[in-house]
Design a protein around this ligand. Structure first.
Ligand code: F6R
Length: 366
């Protein structure tokens, strides 16, 4: 059932070109510059007039929410707040009938996310779900929703579910932009044409597997690891750190790269690997200066870079290339090498990657 792979996690990492295609099927029309989301169609009018979106989720799904925030604010120009479901439910948050709450959950059974939905619903908000498991509790609690269609995810650490959640959020951002008129058809044609090619780019990213294994060998005995990124590279860094800690039990932290000098820089010495999302986009130059700061303190730099990069290569100890893409789609590609890196480190350390200690696939108690 592992399809020739050693673990479900690896199989699921390799499924991503296909799972993302499945997620987009019938929803994008690149030639026409159109997005169709049948699941939330009946709210199309309402979307023209909403004041705010609140995203609620836990864990990896919360990281997907942070990517969603960048995309929805950028393209649909609707203010977005991303909340841990567990914190949101126990505050007395301000929610009105003009708010849309998007609950993200792979399993559709997470206790805190369900409680957050119930509270927001009582206060009159419209609730959308982004779930992977059809017919689970969360899809039944929400007013409308969009399934991720990633297929069953067996590995406890979320991989293909995360990229499918990000894909749905990308589609939602474009759909809302289309409804609100904050994007032109020609821009949508351009973006959707590129989105349609993302599965091929993920396939190319997967081809760095052997190189990533070599990097894993070099850092597998570390006790700590930092992951740094800016813009939409920041949630990618958070997700990279979470993956590493949950399956390899190495302590890891994700930070916005610029926050490093406000504290974490004190941790850097020759023992500390620092993984940078250093692709060529609007924050490239800034990330380069952050890399210099780490190198000046003898940290070991592992950089995720755009194919053909020369600048970062001069400084980093190890570079892993990914295909160039519009910044909007960066998280979908940059996440792939980080999943593989955690996987190989965990295997080398003899960990049970598919069933890490203390974790469960669905967290049905708070
Ligand atoms: C991490 C992971 C967890 C889940 C979290 C939410 O790899 O799997 O952090 O993302 O427990 O679960 P769902 O998405 O099922 O609500």
């Amino acid at each position: 059932e592992k399809g020739g792979f050693d673990h479900f996690m690896l199989k699921e990492i390799y499924e991503q070109p296909r799972s993302i295609k499945d997620c987009m099927r019938g929803r994008i029309y690149p030639e026409e510059g159109k997005v169709q989301l049948g699941g939330i169609k009946e709210f199309a009018e309402k979307l023209k007039n909403i004041d705010r979106i609140i995203i609620v989720a836990c864990g990896t799904s919360w990281h997907a929410g942070l990517v969603g925030e960048y995309l929805i604010e950028e393209y649909a120009r609707i203010p977005v707040e991303v909340e841990y479901a567990s914190e949101f439910r126990y505050r007395n948050p301000i929610i009105t009938e003009k708010d849309v709450v998007i609950a993200i959950s792979q399993s559709g059974e997470t206790a805190d996310t369900m409680a957050a939905i119930e509270m927001a619903k009582e206060r009159g908000a419209t609730i959308f779900g982004i779930c992977n498991v059809a017919g689970a509790s969360i899809p039944r609690l929400t007013h409308a929703g969009v399934y991720t269609h990633a297929g069953p995810e067996i590995g406890v650490a979320s991989t293909k579910a995360f990229t499918a959640q990000v894909t749905v959020l990308t589609l939602m951002a474009f759909y809302m932009a289309q409804q609100k008129g904050t994007i032109t058809t020609s821009k949508l044609i351009e973006l959707l044409t590129e989105l349609d090619n993302i599965p091929d780019k993920i396939q190319i990213a997967l081809e760095s597997n052997d190189l990533i294994k070599e990097v894993a060998e070099k850092i597998k005995d570390s006790t700590n690891c930092l992951f740094l990124g800016r813009g939409s590279g920041f949630p990618v860094a958070l997700e990279g750190a979470l993956k590493l800690k949950e399956i390899s039990y190495i302590h890891a932290e994700g930070y916005p790269a610029a926050e490093m000098k406000h504290g974490p820089i004190a941790l850097i010495d020759e023992e500390m690997p620092v993984v940078f999302i250093a692709t060529q986009n609007s924050s490239y130059e800034k990330v380069i200066s952050n890399i210099q700061e780490v190198k000046a303190r003898k940290g070991k730099v592992i950089a995720i870079v755009t194919q053909g990069d020369t600048e970062v290569k001069k400084m980093a100890d190890y570079c892993i290339e990914i295909p160039d893409a519009n910044e909007a789609f960066l998280p979908l590609i940059a996440t792939i090498p980080l999943q593989l890196l955690s996987y190989h480190i965990a295997v080398m350390r003899g960990c049970n990657v598919d069933q890490p200690r203390n974790l469960a696939k669905s967290v049905t108690v708070e």
